[in-house]
Design a protein around this ligand. Structure first.
Ligand code: M6R
Length: 617
């Protein structure tokens, strides 16, 4: 949450920072702000509540001349402490206005620090936790006359998770930044250096990056960067080359990133599968666990949040079926508070697109403290969750900028299947030819998803019809249940519509009372050729719904004529094996939610109150 960019080089810093912020807005859009060390020797700050566009409009109206310089930083906010107003927008300054700070995370001891500052006569100008750091830094700089040292000293006083970036009027050629449990990467250019929450901020200038470690401080100048720990000892980040380019972080002709990302799903699946079946065996990425350790696993927990949690629900069906291992799927935010029974033979699969979701990270930490082995499924190279896990499998979906998860959901499901097959292989619950057959079925999925994408126009048409609805219910059974939950989540977060997903069998235990004439109910049908009993049960459920006047919108396998008479709207998807059905049946629900949101006039990339990376608990 919150996006941060810093720059020292030879270009117009304001331009670099604003462009970078534009690509980090998915991290928060409650306010935006910039600080530039100007060529006239000033520290110039501009900040504005609302989306980055508000700040840009204001800068365009007032003129940018006062913010000309080659070193600067910026921030796009997801509000935690203090309302999303101009006054709480970052950067925050010390009383003399000689130093500016931007921050991502939460300074948990801010109340105590605020009291201490106020006791010392400092008047704080905002309601934020961040401003306490600005005043502490000013005092530390006055004492030591060294900005990196001042930052190290202040960091040692802070608790919580934070990334801080600092500029000082007396240090016009450098920017310093610190990282604890929030992301921070350095971009290494030619005669210029960058710092940012995500490489997307500087990808148009360089693809050479360095990931900062936990509790490290970095100083960037035009000519280089230097990393230390919070005590000043020399440290090294982890250099990496970004394997995607600017085009992946742009809309590519689509109105919204989300629409582009929906279209990218076939390649997200193909890229996630690539290189994982070699010489007849499933191979994971950084598998810092050997075959014996996988063989010794006697219980699996899947921990994740939101959409990633729904992908974990799909994993349960596959892993239990293929590996005959008990699997529990748990919301990461609940996991560590209920004392789960974990030991060395427990495998915890932590799923996170961003790799920085605080609830999931804390679940990982808890699991490791209890000696469980942790395997992360992540879309972000070098993020904190994979760094703190025993093994990692990357979803190679490419950057996902729309706040609503789409292509990463499908990629996570595929990665879960790879983990399931790796376990089955290690434990001998599947023969090699069976593993090969399952993998081949996965390899056929990009084409199946592409086929669903061919029906987008019909789904959008339905979206236009449903846009005035107040409530939509979603039903599914077996792997269709997480799809129903995901369809409802997409509609809630994008269209601000009341939507609920149910296990179809549960409907008659209460929620059926919600049904009334014309209420849209989306039903995710299983294949008639797969588990026949599931299909028959859902067919009965559809009739129960229709008997109460509700309007049935049915997602069914093409050629399933049994369902046609009971569907007010039928959305067909290609026939695929039962466990793989979420990969096709989720796609129309993503398109439907996006279209309803558009019809209602909402920004589908930036739904209200949300941020893509949830780095607070
Ligand atoms: O980065 P993560 O996968 O850990 O994020 C988890 C959830 O916050 C995320 O899936 C969220 O539910 C999506 N915005 C839903 O579209």
């Amino acid at each position: 949450m919150c996006g941060i960019v810093g720059y020292v080089g030879h270009r117009d810093a304001l331009d670099v920072v604003l462009r970078g912020l534009g690509r980090l807005e998915y991290r928060g859009y409650d306010s935006a702000g910039v600080a530039v060390l100007t060529s006239a020797g000033m520290l110039a700050v501009a900040r504005k509540a609302g989306a980055l566009a508000n700040l840009i409009d204001e800068l365009d109206a007032t003129g940018r001349a006062a913010l000309r310089g080659t070193a600067g930083m910026g921030h796009t906010r997801w509000a935690t402490h203090g309302a999303p107003t101009d006054r709480n927008a970052h950067p925050h300054r010390d009383t003399a206005g000689r130093l500016a700070v931007v921050h991502n995370g939460i300074i948990e001891n801010h109340a105590q620090l605020r009291a201490e500052l106020e006791h010392g006569g400092v008047e704080l100008a905002s309601d934020t936790d961040t401003e306490t750091a600005a005043h502490l830094l000013a005092a530390a700089y006055a004492r030591y006359g060294d900005l990196p040292l001042a930052l190290r000293m202040v960091c040692r006083r802070l608790s919580g998770a934070f990334t801080l970036v600092v500029t000082h009027i007396d240090e016009p050629d450098l920017i310093v930044a610190a990282r604890r449990s929030s992301p921070l990467v350095v971009g290494v250019g030619n005669g210029e250096h960058f710092i940012a929450s995500d490489v997307a901020a500087f990808i148009e200038h360089t693809r050479n990056a360095v990931e900062l470690g936990q509790d490290q401080v970095v100083t960037i100048t035009r000519d280089g960067y230097q990393i230390t720990d919070f005590h000043g000892a020399r440290a090294h980040g982890s250099p990496f080359h970004v394997d995607w380019d600017l085009s992946a972080a742009e809309k590519g002709g689509h109105d919204y990133f989300m629409l582009k990302e929906i279209q990218e799903q076939p390649s997200a699946i193909a890229n996630t599968l690539r290189g994982h079946f070699i010489d007849g065996r499933i191979v994971l990425d950084e598998q810092r666990m050997d075959t014996q350790e996988l063989r010794d696993v006697d219980k699996v927990f899947v921990v994740a949040c939101g959409t990633a949690y729904h992908s974990g629900m799909v994993a349960k069906y596959a892993i239990e079926h293929w590996c005959r291992l008990p699997v529990e799927v748990e919301l990461a935010s609940e996991f560590r508070y209920r004392d789960p029974v974990l030991d060395r033979s427990t495998l915890v699969v932590a799923i996170s697109q961003s790799g920085e979701t605080m609830d999931t990270l804390e679940a990982v930490r808890h699991a490791r403290e209890q000696k469980a082995r942790v395997l992360a499924i992540c879309n972000t190279n070098g993020a904190q969750i994979p760094r703190e896990s025993d093994a990692v499998l990357y979803t190679h979906a490419g950057p996902e900028i729309g706040v609503a998860a789409t292509k990463t959901f499908l990629a996570q499901i595929v990665a879960n299947f790879l983990v399931g097959l790796a376990l089955a292989q290690a434990r001998g619950t599947k023969y090699a030819d069976e593993v090969a057959r399952e993998f081949a079925e996965l390899e056929a999925m990009p084409a199946a998803v592409a086929q669903v994408l061919g029906t987008v126009a019909a789904v959008r048409e339905l979206g236009r019809e449903l846009a005035p609805a107040k409530v939509v219910l979603f039903l599914g059974r077996h792997v269709g249940f997480p799809v129903a939950l995901e369809g409802a989540l997409k509609l809630k977060e994008l269209a601000y519509m009341h939507a609920e997903g149910f296990a179809a069998g549960e409907l008659k235990h209460g929620a059926i009372a919600l049904l009334e004439e014309g209420l849209p109910v989306v039903v995710v049908m299983p294949s008639p050729k797969g588990r026949a009993v599931l299909h028959a049960k859902l067919l009965s459920n559809i009739q129960e719904i229709r008997a109460r006047g509700a309007r049935t919108i049915v997602i069914a396998e093409e050629g399933d004529e049994t369902v046609r008479p009971y569907a007010a709207h039928l959305l067909e998807v290609p026939a695929v094996p039962t466990l793989l059905q979420p990969l096709v049946s989720t796609v129309p629900l993503q398109v439907l939610a996006a279209e309803i949101a558009r019809q209602r006039g909402y920004d589908v990339d930036k739904p209200r109150n949300l941020a893509k990376s949830v780095t607070v608990e």
